[in-house]
Design a protein around this ligand. Structure first.
Ligand SMILES: [Zn+2]
Length: 422
């Protein structure tokens, strides 16, 4: 895996201990969560040379990703044909999602067939087991199943998955967040419509879910914040369970003018009330500036604010997205590998900012984080200095996310954070 990485960025040595000793205990705890970013700042080079270097770099990542994919398939699927956890987040659907990505890069038909097999097992495992979101529920299985079947030119299988999707019942007491709630269900609808055509899932149906989200948010609104939600009694802000994840999905819906204003006002409220460091609290009540994760903290915000900059235009969201990206650059080289709360997920922030601004500095930053993972990741993981979560081969906590990121880096302008960016 360590391929004499001439074209990867030079990784500075890890010399952090002396620096953190001088900090307060609380700040030390926050700093203990990530490696120091000792990459030099970006310096422009000749565009031609950059393209040559990037091509060599992405070839190396591609090879590493395909090797990782083999291991992940072996560990999470093998030949058993049995699935214990079917979800995208930690389970076999995450492997199917990765294998489908590999197929889109290599066009190897074996990957497409393998993906179908895993999906079939996930489908059997998911029936009757609730969960209506893309990340953690049956919606993810049938949405991806339909898209993969279409890619295989199997229209009847595609219809079968779509019927399962349409027959899913949403419980009345469903929360509104992305992980288990209405926003996560709507994201699955958006994924289907993006890949299979507008109105595959009817806009009237999606509107009723969107209306429920808006209604619930207005119920808990305050004088300063037009929309607010609770999940298990807490007013979360993060992408997985909170406000920013819900706003992320609402911005992809058809909204009335009033609703647009409420979404905008909610985003501005959070920008105004972020930590002095530029990071974002994990909930309304939290004063702890520790987490720089997609699920909680600046990374999830950077992705959504970059989207807001496109939806609403103007300088304020653009500036806020770039500022959230600065936090990720300084404190986002986490001692974890995954998409949800690891370096892989945080790298997507720079890819989103690169798409937003066209500034090569952000591609450089994405490259720096990816290089770190590529060169140091396997060793740090094996030494226990970096963690792959309880499911070390999963998409959202384990090396599945790293492999997915490496494949996405081949065409950075098309990269999308899994289950969050469309
Ligand atoms: Zn997380």
């Amino acid at each position: 895996m360590n391929i004499g990485a001439k074209y990867l960025l030079k990784i500075p040595p890890l010399t952090f201990k002396n620096h953190i000793r001088s900090l307060s205990r609380r700040t030390q705890m926050a700093y203990n969560r990530f490696f120091p970013n000792q990459f030099p700042e970006y310096e422009p080079r000749s565009p031609n040379q950059s393209v040559v270097d990037y091509n060599i770099f992405s070839d190396q990542l591609k090879q590493a990703a395909l090797d990782l994919k083999q291991t992940i398939v072996k560990e999470t699927w093998g030949n058993s044909g049995k699935v214990y956890d079917y979800t995208l987040y930690l389970g076999a659907l995450g492997t199917a999602f990765l294998v489908f990505k590999a197929y889109q890069v290599t066009h190897d038909k074996k990957d497409l067939d393998l993906c179908q097999d895993i999906l079939k097992a996930c489908n059997s495992a998911s029936l009757g087991f609730g969960g209506v979101t893309f990340l953690c529920g049956q919606a993810g299985v049938s949405a991806l199943g339909a898209v993969v079947a279409k890619q295989s030119n199997d229209d009847s299988l595609c219809d079968e998955y779509l019927s399962i999707f349409r027959e899913m019942k949403l419980p009345k007491d469903l929360p509104n967040e992305l992980f288990f709630g209405r926003a996560g269900y709507l994201w699955a609808c958006l994924f289907i419509n993006k890949n299979l055509g507008e109105n595959t899932i009817s806009s009237a149906h999606m509107r009723t879910i969107k209306d429920e989200i808006i209604k619930a948010g207005r119920k808990l609104s305050t004088r300063e914040c037009p929309l607010m939600y609770e999940w298990y009694g807490e007013r979360h802000w993060g992408a997985a369970h909170g406000l920013i994840g819900i706003m992320n999905v609402l911005m992809d819906m058809v909204l009335t003018e009033d609703e647009m204003e409420d979404v905008k006002g909610t985003l501005l409220y959070m920008i105004k009330n972020r930590f002095p460091s530029g990071n974002y609290p994990s909930s309304e009540e939290s004063e702890s500036d520790r987490l720089v994760h997609w699920c909680n903290g600046a990374p999830g915000f950077a992705l959504t604010l970059a989207k807001a900059a496109k939806v609403f235009g103007g300088e304020e969201f653009h500036k806020a997205a770039v500022e959230a990206g600065e936090v990720v650059w300084k404190r986002g080289l986490l001692k974890r590998v995954g998409i949800c709360h690891g370096i892989s997920g945080n790298t997507y922030v720079f890819l989103a900012l690169y798409r937003l601004t066209g500034d090569a500095k952000f591609l450089y930053r994405a490259k720096a984080f990816a290089s770190f993972l590529h060169e140091r990741g396997p060793m740090l993981l094996s030494e226990g200095k970096m963690r792959g979560g309880d499911r070390p081969f999963s998409l959202f906590e384990g090396i599945g996310g790293m492999a997915y990121l490496f494949l996405d880096m081949i065409d950075p302008s098309e990269a999308r954070f899994p289950a969050y960016e469309l």
